[in-house]
Design a protein around this ligand. Structure first.
Ligand SMILES: N[C@@H](CCC(=O)N[C@@H](CS)C(=O)NCC(=O)O)C(=O)O
Length: 260
């Protein structure tokens, strides 16, 4: 099994979490997303969307993190990460869908507006424009251009923060009745939400988690799992996390002003 991924990428964290929960070993290829490795034609032959992760397993090439996790659970069912009960399974899938449709694009917006923009602004403008122009999806490309130009003042940034609040409210409701998001047992829904809680925390907006008691409890609980150390902590560097936190501190007042 080979995973093409990036240490900090949220979708890669989601898949690494499922792999670790299942105790599955894998070889890996790390892509530098700021350098543009994802646009390499050889990689795009595997993943035409020019994004990570991609999984190769027994000659199959699998893309889309949520579907990769579903594949892993089907192919390696010994440690089950889908609830047995059909309604709980639907809750799990609905949350994964909401995350893919709304939260993930919103996370890309806040990550670039706060965390990545400072390093992009330090690079030659035509180099950054060329990188943005390579994004195949027009909506993603336009959102990226907006946040590179305007940072947290971009209209897309405020929308993205509100999308996070919406999804975190949904999660808070789900956690009122159960230990984990979709059921009493840990599931792919927990793997799916984790990277976004982590990212908002790293970007200096951890109040969005700590102000919701159920989510705060869940966030602590998931970080205590052995799979978290294997799938997340092992891949984080102090330099990367420190860079995000520093960038978050620098725009804290601006973010508060935009949200008020
Ligand atoms: N829907 C895709 C989204 C993947 C995605 O957006 N990956 C990001 C990292 S989390 C990426 O590769 N970005 C590259 C870029 O923005 O150019 C999935 O779930 O796998």
């Amino acid at each position: 099994m080979r995973l093409y991924h990036n240490p900090m990428s949220s979708c890669s964290q989601k898949v690494r979490m499922a792999l670790a929960e299942k105790g599955l070993a894998f070889e890996d290829t790390v892509l530098d997303l700021q350098k543009g490795d994802q646009f390499d034609p050889a990689y795009m032959a595997l993943n035409p969307n020019a994004v990570v992760p991609t999984l190769e397993d027994h000659g199959n090439v699998l893309i889309e993190s949520t579907l990769i996790n579903e594949y892993l659970d089907d192919a390696y069912p010994e440690v089950a990460l889908k609830p047995a009960e059909p309604a709980a399974r639907h809750r799990m899938r609905l949350l994964c869908k909401q995350i893919d449709n709304a939260l993930h694009p919103a996370c890309a917006v806040i990550t670039y507006a706060i965390g990545v923009r400072p390093s992009l602004l330090a690079r030659p403008k035509d180099e950054v424009t060329a990188l943005v122009n390579k994004i195949p999806d027009p909506a993603r490309r336009e959102a990226r251009r907006q946040v590179v130009d305007l940072g947290v003042a971009a209209p897309a940034f405020r929308e993205a923060m509100l999308t996070h609040r919406n999804l975190f409210d949904t999660a808070e409701e789900m956690l009122k009745g159960s230990v984990w998001l979709a059921a009493e047992s840990f599931s792919l829904a927990d793997c799916a939400l984790l990277p976004y809680a982590l990212r908002i925390d790293h970007l200096g907006q951890g109040d969005e988690i700590s102000s919701r008691p159920g989510l705060a409890r869940w966030y602590q609980q998931i970080q205590a799992r052995p799979a978290y150390a294997e799938a997340v902590t092992r891949w984080l560097s102090d330099q990367m996390v420190g860079g995000l936190r520093k960038a978050g501190d620098a725009v804290r007042a601006d973010v508060a002003a935009v949200l008020n």
